[in-house]
Design a protein around this ligand. Structure first.
Ligand SMILES: NC(=O)c1ccc[n+]([C@@H]2O[C@H](COP(=O)([O-])OP(=O)(O)OC[C@H]3O[C@@H](n4cnc5c(N)ncnc54)[C@H](OP(=O)(O)O)[C@@H]3O)[C@@H](O)[C@H]2O)c1
Length: 275
């Protein structure tokens, strides 16, 4: 019997690579995408040796508007179909809004919002037709919190993914396709090296930190149970619950105090490249 195939973006590192390991352990074949091809090849070999699963390696830059079509075509041309989709690739632009050129913000939105929606739009019809599908949109607890100073579009992009996932979850009812927004807090990965906040976030106490493996397990279990959202970790569940009962003005005041130190990198993002 052919194994189901899951397409994972941002599979060269962190949460995406952990998703690849988790799905492979559950018997799924993989389509691995990111820019760093050699890392994807190494992961594909590792998954073959460890779990006997097959992987397609599809290098792509998701800031390119044509990338989703290219990735999807590569899967179809290999004779496979997409049964699961983990929209995960991402990063944060450091510093305040005006520290970055518009082109950098536009590329950020293309990757963090449009590519997620586009890949979902491409892969969903096949899932609906076959009566089976799993879609995980890796959002963030930042999408459930008030705005923060620095990484200005990040929380809004993640909020959009959460609302998008909720709506799709409702639309997919009865089709066999499950849609989940995964909302991690601070997670060990390369994310904070790329967004230049490693020194600052390293000062956070241990209970603020999640491992990529626990984030992935929460996401996988939630999509299997057809939950439209999951927030991994007791600390973050508490923060989200607290935020729901606090007036916005109190939440904003707390974010003003906290996010200035945690998220506002002094460094200019001009010429910033990811990876
Ligand atoms: N770590 C956290 O604290 C945290 C918390 C909440 C949510 N998240 C979310 O979790 C997701 C994964 O992040 P992570 O923590 O695993 O960070 P990570 O270790 O830095 O991994 C990011 C992944 O995204 C890929 N990527 C970045 N830019 C890309 C582009 N232009 N085109 C294609 N792929 C690109 C990277 O691959 P290449 O560089 O090889 O292209 C890498 O595989 C992101 O959506 C992030 O917003 C992270």
């Amino acid at each position: 019997m052919t194994r189901p195939l899951v397409l994972i973006t941002g599979a060269s590192s962190g949460i995406g690579a952990a998703f690849a390991r988790h799905f492979a352990a559950k018997g799924w074949d993989l389509a691995l995408s990111a820019r760093r091809e050699e890392r994807l090849e190494a992961l594909a070999e590792e998954m073959k040796a460890q779990f006997g699963v097959d992987s397609l390696v599809i290098p792509a830059n998701l800031a390119d508007p044509d990338a989703p079509e290219g990735i999807y075509s590569a899967v179809l041309e290999s004779g496979r179909q997409v049964d699961g989709l983990v929209n995960n690739a991402g990063y944060g632009l450091p510093g305040a809004y005006l520290n970055s050129e518009w082109d950098d913000h536009a590329a950020f939105l293309q990757l963090m919002v449009t590519s997620y929606a586009h890949l979902t739009h491409l892969t969903l019809p096949g899932m609906v037709e076959r009566g089976f599908g799993r879609v995980i949109n890796v959002a963030s607890v930042a999408g459930l919190m008030p705005g923060a100073k620095g990484h200005t579009l990040y929380g809004g992009a993640k909020s959009l993914l959460i609302k998008f996932s909720q709506s799709l979850h409702l639309e997919m009812e009865g089709t066999g396709v499950h849609v989940t927004a995964l909302c991690p807090g601070f997670t060990y990965s390369e994310f904070h090296d790329v967004n230049e906040t490693r020194d600052i976030v390293s000062q956070l106490p241990a209970y603020w930190w999640l491992t990529a493996e626990e984030v992935v397990k929460a996401g996988y279990d939630a999509v299997e149970r057809n939950k439209y959202i999951t927030v991994p970790g007791t600390w973050y569940k508490f923060l989200v619950a607290l935020n729901k009962i606090l007036p916005d003005s109190v939440g904003m005041a707390l974010m003003k105090k906290g996010s200035a130190s945690v998220r506002s990198s002094e460094g200019s993002a001009k010429g910033h490249t990811q990876g």
